[in-house]
Design a protein around this ligand. Structure first.
Ligand code: HEC
Ligand code: HEC
Ligand code: HEC
Ligand code: HEC
Ligand code: HEC
Ligand code: HEC
Length: 384
């Protein structure tokens, strides 16, 4: 009997702790509860999803204001650098999270960039649940492709059909009485068809102006321009090897161990770098400059022996956020430069093997040596 009294006390004590725990839980997760109630009490209908979509695209007004999430979180694929995370990225990131988590970044943002961009949002818990539902759906919809090619293809098909009809009318059916209409149609469509065919067949395998979106929004304008980091710091094998090399993540980590917040992208892009590093993976950059396999090209030959500046071949890399292929990388491009570029024959030990050319310079027979004179246009130098 003596022992049961304290035991009873402990039971009550535990009971009180347990209930007060629940109370705190309920109180702090007010939003969580609200959205679970919302989801439980009505299964989201098709209209709800449409309202979620309209909210995301800023088509629903709260007073005289609306928030266009899609205005910052791009729903299309793009070629241009938009620093904000796109709609698919954020949708995937929040797929496993709750509407309460979404509510937190929208209504109580943390982090210097997030505070600037998610400011004064007046969204009800219901709005947020609907936006979340649309975002979950978006992971299946995905980013919309940009297809300018289709309009060109369509024009090409229409021109071909017109060309065919016109030819048939001119030779067989002869419906159009006016004699000049068919020749004019044939001339215009014929020119367009030939032009398109010629331009496209030259462009096969070449891709001047190619500038793909990269997995991380890395900017040369910030790193090589604004921060003034030397190209060789990252592309360290350029002076002595065939390939210039793309830096591995641990090179990024030299600085990004400390720099976690970007002025333009906030934490989102640098977080990808950190994650890749922690998972011991590598960032899958998309290669921009590509030569066909049958061509041999060496950076060391050009950067060290030829003393050619990166800009000559890659343009003003440090002035652009996104890398763009600035030349057509045709055989003519290589050959033209080899015909027109003088090599620094005197000061460079590399050229001492060319004794006959050295002799000619001494005798005054030639005053300079261009790359073609040392074999720069021999097929075997560039082709395996
Ligand atoms: C004479 C022209 C030329 C010069 C000068 C030049 N490059 Fe390149 N670069 C190319 C070509 C051509 C390719 C494509 C090579 C391939 O696909 O095999 C390329 C590819 C690259 C790549 C992709 C990775 C690789 O190695 O294939 C990087 C990075 C690069 N260059 C950086 C540089 C840097 C940095 C410099 C200056 C230190 C430089 N390049 C100087 C022509 C040049
Ligand atoms: C020498 C130091 C240094 C190295 C190496 C470096 N960064 Fe940075 N990076 C910076 C600094 C400083 C900033 C902040 C610039 C700002 O906010 O204006 C930055 C910003 C960024 C940003 C965000 C830009 C913005 O304004 O939102 C990204 C993304 C980024 N770096 C990616 C990379 C990647 C990927 C690598 C490795 C290939 C790398 N960085 C290597 C110094 C470095
Ligand atoms: C003014 C531009 C802007 C608007 C409008 C905007 N966002 Fe954002 N949002 C950003 C930027 C920039 C970031 C990345 C900030 C960072 O990582 O520091 C971001 C981040 C996010 C994230 C990721 C948060 C995380 O944990 O990394 C989500 C989710 C998000 N936004 C949802 C929304 C929704 C939903 C709306 C519409 C109600 C919206 N945003 C409206 C600019 C905007
Ligand atoms: C902080 C590291 C860093 C510095 C400094 C840097 N780069 Fe890069 N560079 C990269 C990364 C990462 C990539 C791959 C992502 C991309 O294409 O934007 C790249 C890609 C390139 C490419 C395209 C390669 C290909 O074919 O995909 C070229 C060309 C290039 N850099 C040239 C330069 C030149 C020239 C400089 C100096 C003015 C320079 N880089 C400075 C990190 C750097
Ligand atoms: C901006 C001018 C320039 C461009 C563009 C250029 N090169 Fe060169 N190239 C040079 C110079 C200068 C040398 C001489 C370096 C040396 O002494 O080997 C050279 C040397 C060479 C050599 C060695 C020739 C020899 O006799 O040993 C090869 C191979 C070569 N280039 C291939 C290419 C290929 C392939 C391309 C096109 C993808 C190309 N180059 C584009 C300037 C250029
Ligand atoms: C300075 C380097 C260089 C030299 C020298 C050179 N080529 Fe090329 N060649 C190239 C490059 C670069 C390409 C790839 C062009 C492209 O992708 O559009 C190419 C492509 C080709 C092709 C494929 C067709 C095409 O346009 O893609 C043939 C065939 C060819 N070369 C033959 C030759 C012959 C024959 C010689 C000797 C007379 C020669 N090349 C000398 C650089 C060179």
């Amino acid at each position: 009997m003596r022992n049961s009294f304290p035991a009873q006390n402990i039971k009550y004590f535990l009971l009180i702790v347990f209930f007060s725990g629940i109370c705190i839980q309920v109180h702090s997760n007010a939003i969580q509860k609200q959205d679970s109630v919302l989801i439980k009490e009505r299964v989201l209908s098709a209209e709800d999803l449409i309202r979620g979509e309209r909210l995301f695209y800023g088509l629903v007004y709260q007073g005289d204001k609306s928030i266009n999430c899609a205005g910052c979180h791009n729903t299309r694929e793009s070629d241009t650098l938009n620093w904000n995370p796109n709609a698919l990225e954020i949708a995937l990131k929040y797929k496993e999270k709750s509407a309460a988590d979404l509510s937190r970044v929208l209504l109580k943002p943390g982090g210097s960039k997030m505070v600037q961009v998610h400011k004064d949002f007046q969204l009800t818990p219901e709005d947020i649940v609907l936006i979340k539902a649309y975002m979950d759906e978006f992971t299946e919809i995905g980013l919309k492709e940009n297809k300018p090619v289709i309009t060109n293809l369509l024009l090409f098909i229409i021109a071909s059909i017109l060309f065919l009809i016109s030819t048939i009318d001119l030779t067989i059916s002869k419906i159009l009485k006016s004699r000049w209409i068919n020749p004019v149609i044939l001339f215009i469509t014929g020119t367009f068809i030939t032009y398109t065919l010629v331009v496209n067949s030259i462009a096969i395998g070449r891709s001047k102006d190619y500038a793909p979106d990269q997995p991380v929004k890395f900017s040369h304008k910030i790193h090589a321009g604004q921060n003034g980091t030397d190209c060789i710091y990252c592309h360290s094998s350029a002076p002595y090897s065939k390939s210039a090399g793309i830096p591995p993540v641990n090179v990024c980590m030299n600085c990004h161990l400390l720099v976690r917040n970007g002025t333009r992208s906030g934490t989102n892009e640098i977080a990808k770098v950190l994650r890749t590093f922690e998972e011991k993976k590598s960032i899958e950059w998309i290669k921009v400059y590509n030569l066909p396999d049958h061509v041999f090209f060496s950076h060391a030959q050009h950067v060290s022996a030829g003393e050619i500046n990166c800009r000559k071949c890659h343009g003003n890399v440090e002035e652009n956020d996104v890398i763009r292929q600035v030349t057509d990388m045709s055989m003519g491009w290589c050959i033209d430069c080899h015909r027109n570029t003088k090599v620094n024959f005197q000061g460079n030990l590399f050229y001492t093997q060319y004794t006959d050319l050295m002799e000619k310079i001494k005798k005054g027979e030639i005053d300079s040596v261009t790359v073609d004179m040392i074999g720069g246009i021999e097929c075997m130098k560039c082709h395996y």
